[in-house]
Design a protein around this ligand. Structure first.
Ligand SMILES: [Zn+2]
Length: 419
């Protein structure tokens, strides 16, 4: 596994809710910033200070609503053409098309000043959009990944085509020049076209539709684990036919349970827990609030006959260990065997490789036995060997969902009726 893959897989540990633009706009996004945004903070202040102070709060609130609006429009395909805003004429036109109604309804004075050209709206808008993106960026980094890992992840996702650019804003800390570009196809100079110094660019990306759906349900980790196991096992045991069901719904006596990854041949379930803030300290209170539901889920698994449980979290190693110790106390010894995997891509892949190896060994052993019984028929070996190839109770399985991470469409969740 190369490093670039490792970085991209970090996206699995980001909670979809945390990535959303706001509570109102359920669109997960990621942001890239090519320089430290603090380097342009003074310039942002300068751009805003040139502005009439009476109007600034209004435009700030306008800039906050402009990002969701642009995303909505791009989704509907309305604003698919490239809109470049680097002068006040263009920005006036853009504002009139996008947010003037909202601004007008709040204050007619603003509208009048706009017409009179009393101030340069473009400057303050660019500054506010940059500031909004920097806030999103900081929020993502604080709750999830190290800055460098986050940047590398965004770059990897872009190369794989899992995210699409939506808008970009550049600020020059040298001459206070700015540019705001709204487009699916971004690029542009690394240096300020006015003074030639390097400027700071923030870019906003959204996920491709199929991935966005999975991300919002935090279902992408289960999809990844399923397709990874399926591929790995088929490499190690080409004749083994692993049954993997991501995001499965099982029912027992009329009660339905979700199993994130269900491996019916091995009575195994994998529970994926992607916390909103994985870096939050694992206090007794937090531990208590996590413990209850997770213990219940483990008991559900056990009552469904799932005796082997893997719990994959996005928690750092030490927090994960604390949770493991707590759960070990809660679970009756011998009732289920559970393993916990912390939120580290390398640890996850190592664990999946080990699991795939164990599964492949069982397939190969069973295959060997059935070949031997065929070559040297003995009375006690006429029947298929017990275990994974033995007749299992029939389960109804509907069309399996797409398990590829870049899958085209997601069907309804897998329905499996446990007998
Ligand atoms: Zn410049």
């Amino acid at each position: 596994m190369t490093d670039s893959w490792k970085h991209v897989l970090n996206v699995l540990y980001l909670n979809g809710a945390v990535l959303c633009v706001s509570d109102d706009v359920q669109t997960p996004v990621v942001v890239s910033i090519d320089e430290d945004p603090e380097g342009v903070e003074e310039t942002l202040e300068l751009l805003e200070a040139r502005f009439s102070t009476a109007i600034t709060p209004l435009v700030s609130s306008g800039a906050k609503t402009i990002i969701p609006k642009i995303l909505e429009d791009l989704k509907k395909g309305i604003a698919d053409s490239k809109i470049q805003i680097d002068n006040d004429t263009a920005i006036q036109a853009f504002i009139i098309g996008q947010v003037s109604q909202m601004l007008e309804s709040r204050n007619n004075l603003l509208n009048r000043l706009l017409v009179e050209g009393a101030f340069r709206l473009g400057e303050v808008l660019a500054a506010n959009v940059f500031d909004s993106l920097a806030k999103l960026w900081r929020g993502h980094i604080q709750s999830t990944l190290e800055e460098i890992d986050y940047q590398d992840m965004v770059e990897g996702l872009r190369k794989l085509g899992l995210i699409e650019s939506r808008l970009q804003v550049s600020i020059c800390p040298n001459c206070a020049n700015y540019e705001l570009v709204v487009s699916r196809f971004l690029g542009g100079p690394d240096a300020c076209p006015k003074c030639g110094e390097s400027w700071t660019t923030a870019k906003l990306y959204s996920f491709v539709p199929a991935y966005e759906k999975a991300k919002l349900r935090n279902a992408d980790l289960a999809l990844f684990i399923s397709s990874y196991l399926r591929n790995k096992v088929s490499q190690l045991a080409p004749l083994g036919n692993l049954d993997v069901n991501p995001n499965a719904t099982l029912s027992l006596k009329g009660v339905r349970f979700e199993v994130d990854v269900y491996l019916p041949q091995f009575n195994m379930g994998i529970e994926c827990k992607i916390f909103e803030n994985s870096f939050a300290p694992m206090t007794t209170t937090r531990l208590g609030s996590i413990k209850g539901p997770l213990t219940k889920q483990i008991k559900n698994y056990a009552s469904l006959g799932i005796k082997k449980i893997g719990i994959v979290t996005n928690l750092p190693m030490d927090a994960n260990e604390k949770l493991k110790a707590t759960l070990t106390k809660e679970i009756r010894p011998g009732s289920v065997a559970f393993e916990m995997v912390p939120g580290d891509v390398e640890e996850l892949v190592k664990w999946l490789d080990l699991l795939a190896t164990r599964i492949a060994e069982e397939f190969n052993k069973a295959l060997e036995k059935s070949v031997q019984s065929y070559v040297k028929p003995q009375p006690e070996l006429r029947h298929p060997p017990p275990g994974i190839f033995a007749n299992r109770p029939k389960r109804e399985v509907e069309t399996p969902p797409t398990t590829s991470m870049s899958g085209q469409s997601k069907g309804p969740p897998n329905q499996i009726e446990a007998s």
